[in-house]
Design a protein around this ligand. Structure first.
Ligand code: PA5
Length: 453
């Protein structure tokens, strides 16, 4: 069976597809006129790829040691029933998103638990619910020095040693920077398995490296199809036309609307895509919220939303609140299950007359179209993304599409989408408060800014 692919439509995000009241919205020809800038952004991305600085589109199985990641996952599956992932940000969100999307249709009984918090209640509750004799642990941190992951690691290690005995060294795998990661010496000292986060792949772009692939393989997800989907999208996002390149279209439309719109919502009509929304939020926010070359700040406030639940929560704001957002509505064509709403006997309640005999999939689709129409009717831009079905191939495509669109969106504005210097300030204040040597002066700064505790 030929695999259907993801399709992105920009029609309802441009003046041509919006009511005449939105005639000042960016037009199709404005998007076409952006081609030159998109070419330049693509050229810059290729130059970064050629220089070995940016590698997320390369999907380099060998350098990323994906076969070894899958082999380690196979061994851990034979010895345990749960994989506990310790990581945060780009070292956790991708694994959760993959499991959230593909786990529900996976018959496999191996479980994945992702701890990306130092909330003591949550950590304790997680550990109490797991049997350390039956659990493998993956510590994922590109730098190895992230305080939350380091703290989780130190908390979990004695628990694992007590539960697994001498086998603990076989149950622990470290995924970190190839050479500089602070976890490397530990791996060497105890002969632990260690997998790389490639130098040229940043945390939030790393879900298709061992960072996401080891947990996915452990969970029994279809890694081959995931990577095949990513490969096919990697080919599409290298084409040089808005009509064939959905990353250009997604980035281009956002670029044209900015700064009139500064909020980007991913509204998914499939429960299985909810955690993809959280993953998208980190990618879009951390990559693009930066000063531009001319000193102005660029950026988008991203949001993930669930259809239809958030129609009863946020749609009022989107429809009648500030016209400052683009909503990407994700339609899933085949849900893999359906239920028909039965006729209820008894008094007519005014709903049964049109609901009886309707399928839940048709109801969901009517809600998606209704919401889209409500937004478009008042000139609010909607990008429509069609996912044939939530399977590993489509999720691979989706990941590569959003990663590429993020890179292009940043490069269009002359910013570096691959760093995150702004995250450092908060970390340094926290180091001071925790008593880390060299950060003492930060305590006084915190007290000056916030007052005494
Ligand atoms: O995208 C990023 O680089 C960050 O969000 C990181 O993933 C996050 O800070 C965790 O970093 P590390 O993997 O070094 O622990």
């Amino acid at each position: 069976m030929a695999t259907q692919t993801l399709a992105l439509s920009t029609t309802l995000a441009l003046a041509d597809g919006l009511p005449s009241s939105a005639s000042d919205a960016p037009t199709r020809s404005a998007l076409a006129a952006l081609s030159g800038s998109l070419e330049t952004a693509e050229d810059t991305l290729r130059a970064l790829e050629a220089a070995g600085t940016v590698g997320f589109r390369g999907l380099d199985t060998e350098a990323w040691e994906l076969d070894r990641a899958r082999e380690i996952a196979r061994r851990l599956r034979a010895e345990t029933s749960t994989l506990l992932v310790l990581g945060i940000g780009g070292s956790a969100l991708g694994a959760s998103a993959l499991d959230g999307a593909l786990g529900p249709t996976c018959e496999d009984e191996h479980r994945l638990v992702v701890l990306d918090t130092v909330d003591p209640f949550a950590v304790r509750r997680t550990l109490l619910a797991l049997d350390p004799a039956e659990t493998a642990v993956a510590v994922i941190s590109k730098s190895g020095g992230t305080v939350e992951t380091a703290a989780l690691f130190r908390t979990v290690l004695p628990w694992l040693r007590d539960g697994a005995g001498d086998a603990w060294t076989r149950r622990l795998v470290l995924i970190t920077d190839t050479t500089h990661g602070a976890l490397r010496p530990l791996a060497d000292a105890h002969g632990l398995d260690a997998l790389p986060v490639p130098d040229d792949v940043g945390g939030r772009f790393s879900v298709l490296t061992a960072v996401g692939i080891l947990p996915a393989a452990y969970r029994g997800l279809d890694v081959d199809a995931l990577l095949a989907g990513a490969h096919s999208m990697a080919d599409r996002v290298r084409t040089r036309s808005i009509d064939t390149n959905p990353a250009w279209a997604f980035a281009g439309v956002h670029d044209l609307w900015w700064p009139r719109a500064t909020v980007s919502i991913l509204l998914t009509y499939s429960e299985r895509l909810t955690l993809m929304g959280a993953w998208y939020m980190q990618l879009w926010a951390e990559s693009l919220g930066k000063p531009m070359e001319e000193g102005r700040a660029y950026g988008w406030t991203p949001g993930g939303a669930r259809g239809p639940a958030d129609q009863h929560s946020q749609l009022q704001l989107w429809q009648e609140g500030p016209a400052d957002r683009i909503v990407t509505v994700v339609r899933v064509e085949e849900h893999g299950a359906d239920l028909t709403i039965p006729t209820l006997s008894g008094p007519e309640d005014g709903v049964g007359s049109y609901l009886a005999g309707t399928s839940l999939a048709s109801l969901l689709e009517a809600e998606r179209r209704g919401t889209t129409a409500a937004l478009v009717s008042v000139g609010r831009p909607v990008l429509e993304l069609v996912v044939p079905r939530v399977d590993a191939h489509a999720i691979g495509e989706l990941i590569m599409l959003f990663e590429s669109a993020t890179a292009i969106a940043g490069l269009l504005r002359g910013i570096n989408p691959f760093d995150q210097p702004g995250v450092e300030a908060g970390k340094q204040y926290a180091y001071g408060l925790l008593g880390r040597e060299g950060f003492e002066e930060r305590i006084a700064e915190v007290e000056r800014l916030l007052g005494s505790p």
